[in-house]
Design a protein around this ligand. Structure first.
Ligand SMILES: [Cu+2]
Length: 212
């Protein structure tokens, strides 16, 4: 019997090594999930709201100059609501649904984050505070926010609209684009150069005529 056990152990151990003793989800990560703890000022969970958020390149196509985007840029939520976010990453790279500015007593560094290495999805909940405020939602992967993966959650109507939300709000500083070379811009340049030459030659002629 003992010999049988000794023989069985490696057989039992192999699948454990192959699939892992506990779930090691390498494709997604949730930070500061909070389905129960009330943020300061909330007497109870006012209600439940569920949103599905898609992230990826295909959601940016309708916005000129935008590379990455969520399928929606603004969500309205009532105070003390438990918001369940079903985050779907439609790309084959990493994206995040990262909320900033939450009360640090309940949310370390004021953040709630879902991250998914796509394609894939993850669901998590957090409870919003009681006061009127707009929260930044973005993807913190290098350059993804600048390229359009930015949104907002407005509690009780929010206290403002954030800048640079694709299709919703203007950037604080507009992007500067290099000169577009077409017939018009070439004619303009030639005319400007000719005008400059005329001024220089005219000036020299006038100076000469006056000094003679
Ligand atoms: Cu991203």
């Amino acid at each position: 019997m003992k010999r049988l056990q000794t023989c069985l152990w490696p057989i039992l151990l192999l699948p454990m090594l192959a699939f892992g003793g506990h779930r090691m989800d390498m494709d997604s990560m949730v930070m500061n999930e909070n389905p129960m703890t009330l943020p300061e000022g909330c007497q109870k969970i006012a209600g439940d709201q569920k949103i599905t958020v898609h992230a990826g390149r295909k959601h940016a196509k309708k916005f000129p100059g935008v590379v990455f985007a969520y399928d929606q840029q603004s969500w309205d939520v009532d105070p003390c609501t438990r918001l369940t976010v079903h985050f779907v990453n439609d790309d084959d790279i990493r994206h995040q649904f990262m909320v900033h500015g939450l009360p640090e007593k309940t949310y370390p560094e004021g953040m709630f984050t879902i991250e998914v290495s796509g394609p894939g999805e993850e669901t998590a909940s957090f409870i919003l505070p009681p006061y009127k405020k707009t929260y930044l939602v973005h993807c913190d992967i290098a350059q993804h926010t600048e390229h359009g993966m930015k949104a907002q959650i407005k509690v009780a109507g929010g206290d403002k609209d954030l800048a640079s939300l694709p299709g919703l709000t203007k950037p604080v500083r507009p992007d500067r684009y290099p000169t577009v070379w077409n017939t018009q811009s070439v004619i303009f340049l030639v005319l400007a150069l000719a005008g400059g030459l005329v001024l220089v030659w005219g000036g020299r002629w006038l100076f000469k005529a006056m000094s003679d």
